[in-house]
Design a protein around this ligand. Sequence first.
Ligand code: FAD
Ligand code: MG
Length: 294
Amino acid sequence: MAASSLADISERCHKIAQSYLQIKEPSSPIIRETQDAIKLTQRLVLNDIFPRWSPFNGEISFSYNGGKDCQVLLIIYLGCLWEYYKSNTNLKQFPLDTLKAVFIDQYQTFHTLEQFVEFTKKRYYLSLYESDRNHNKSLSMPEAFHRYLVDHPETKAIVVGIRYADPFAQDLKPIQRTDEGWPDFLRLQPLLHWKLSCIWSFLLYSGEPICGIYGVGFSSLGDISHTLPNPHLSKKKALPLFYEWEISHRGKGVVNCSPLSSQDSHFQNDEYFPGWYLLDDSLERCGRVKKHKS
Ligand code: FAD
Ligand code: MG
């Protein structure tokens, strides 16, 4: 059932994270590792981020593109928001109706992903700034964030769902300023330490809807003309499912994938396992076609 407010979905996300942390005698080492990953992210958000930038006055924004990583971070972040409200304020009412977020709708985003962003924007009560959807999709990321900050000058810090396994991310820190060539703000990156397997374990356990493109062999979502199903997910080789327990614990045993949009229906296939069959972080982007310099 859909939540009736940001307070409601935040409380629900808090319960999801807490119930994952309470799994006793985990059926796999991945679950134990994911429990540690959740605890560290919660500590970073509650102890290092919220006391410095209030989550309730617009200083923090959340970068969201519907991908699995920022969705996992969003669920944990909302749960932290609930915990912070309950234990650090005397407020009688949850002080926010929506969560400030930003989506840079880049050139050639999967249509199914765009639809998923629209759907989850409502589900998670995001007040989502969407850059230039119908006009100029060719803005670079730094240019797009520059425009965002012109429109939202109160923003001091932006949450990013980047992980150490992402390209050029191995030296990043949980809290750091942007690099030269980017508008000046703080990047909040409390998901860096998460492995791919932990992302899927938590997301599949949560029972939350997942972007449908992952269901048809994609493990990482770049732009549509440079992203293919991951060859390491080909059904030519049998792959084990590591998350049977996570998927079945809610009783239904079905993954809640969003429908493919009609424009993406040609991606429907029986040749690839879903993205969550991939365990190895280093193979996550093997469906990305290298872009040639023009
Ligand atoms: P993904 O897993 O697709 O993205 C990682 C995370 O980036 C996502 O979870 C999401 O939180 C965010 N994100 C990605 N794409 C979008 C989008 N279209 N709209 C909104 N959020 C998105 N690089 C630098 O070299 N120097 C910087 O100072 C720098 N600052 C950044 C500040 C912000 C707020 C963001 C979002 C990115 C920044 N980057 C910077 C780029 C970043 O390091 C990644 O390269 C970039 O997010 C693309 O990620 P990905 O495709 O590799 O992986
Ligand atoms: Mg990612």
